[in-house]
Design a protein around this ligand. Structure first.
Ligand SMILES: [Zn+2]
Length: 339
């Protein structure tokens, strides 16, 4: 089968990979219907994470083609959505809603779903079947649920977005944009998007942003304070993962407010005294997307939300290298790969 492999930073190839087979009786094999390139795939692409002949991809939707002997919840022919961590969904951590930290978690990035087929470990816990074969136009939104929508949703929940709240969103990538959509769905009163790109500002407004702040860093924080009577936002979503974005998020949050951080942290260090006097709640990490999947699939199926709009470039799997270039050069927010 064909699959994407990153040989080294900046060197992405599509080549023959071994067809996956059932390894554990709890596995399923899916024929991938669509995959995509994640903002987090840019970290190794840019040399900020180690990479060496690594199969790529952790987002996926597809059709089950084979199941192991112990799989009960999905069957051959089901159209399924899963998250970027396989999880049993039965351990104490999973039952508390933190499936990405399941005691048996498998990172799907180690499997590489930018490919024609993928092995899904712990299929019963990981996969959620859609009510039927989806219309083609729903596939981008279902694929978004696999990571960026689920992650934006978790960020909004972690930041306690809700009625009466002012929510600020740091980061205008796919996750930040879908954090805006989530905050709107959760009933936030005011949503401030921090973005300086006209096309992303437009999508932010479509997803529910009421205000746009173009300034960054301390100037961005000052602007949030101006918009909130000097208090700061109740809820701030951090969807970048840098020192500047994390401090921007903490500093833009009012005392007693909540920061939901989901940008994969790179070289961030927090000053204890600053944290101490900020008086904010910090909650985040790798999003337990599985917790939200049934609800997200229902909202998409009923056409109440359209998160697939974050994909602004669609390419066949064979053109994945161009997809990586387009995202690296910020010509695309999020690239969908058709398989
Ligand atoms: Zn578990």
């Amino acid at each position: 089968m064909r699959g994407v492999v990153m040989y080294a930073p900046g060197d992405v190839r599509v080549e023959e990979r071994e067809h996956p087979t059932i390894v554990e009786p709890t596995d399923a094999i899916i024929r991938v219907a669509a995959s995509c390139i994640c903002g987090s795939d840019l970290w190794p692409y840019r040399g900020a994470e180690d990479v060496d002949h690594t199969p790529m991809g952790h987002e996926y939707v597809g059709v089950v083609t084979e199941i192991g002997g112990e799989v009960r919840n999905v069957k051959v022919g089901d159209f399924v959505v899963g998250s970027f961590f396989a999880s049993d969904n039965t351990c104490e951590i999973c039952r508390a809603g933190y499936q990405s930290r399941c005691v048996h978690a498998h990172p799907m990035g180690a499997i590489g779903t930018q490919a024609e087929y993928a092995r899904i470990p712990l299929a019963d816990g990981t996969l959620v079947a859609t009510p039927g074969e989806p219309d083609t136009d729903l596939i981008p939104s279902l694929l978004a649920a696999s990571d960026v929508l689920g992650t934006g949703w978790f960020a909004a929940v972690a930041a306690e977005a809700g009625p009466g709240k002012t929510v600020a969103v740091v980061g205008d990538g796919a996750v930040g944009l879908l954090g805006i959509l989530a905050a709107r769905e959760l009933g936030a009163e005011r949503i401030i998007a921090m973005s300086r790109h006209a096309d992303r500002q437009a999508l932010a407004r479509e997803f529910g942003a009421t205000d746009i702040v173009e300034e960054r860093g301390d100037a961005g924080v000052a602007r949030i304070n101006e918009l909130t009577e000097g208090l700061g936002a109740h809820s701030v979503i951090e969807a970048v993962g840098t020192q500047e974005s994390m401090m921007q998020a903490i500093d833009a949050t009012r005392p007693g407010g909540h920061v939901g951080y989901v940008g994969v942290s790179h070289d961030v260090s927090l000053d204890g005294l600053t944290l101490f006097f900020s008086g904010v709640h910090l909650h985040g990490g790798p999003a337990p997307v599985r917790r939200f999947l049934p609800d997200l699939i229902r909202l998409i199926w009923e056409r109440k939300i359209d998160p697939g709009k974050v994909f602004d470039l669609t390419l066949p799997l064979e053109q994945a290298p161009e997809g990586y270039r387009a995202m690296d050069e910020r010509r695309a927010t999020k690239v969908l790969l058709t398989v």
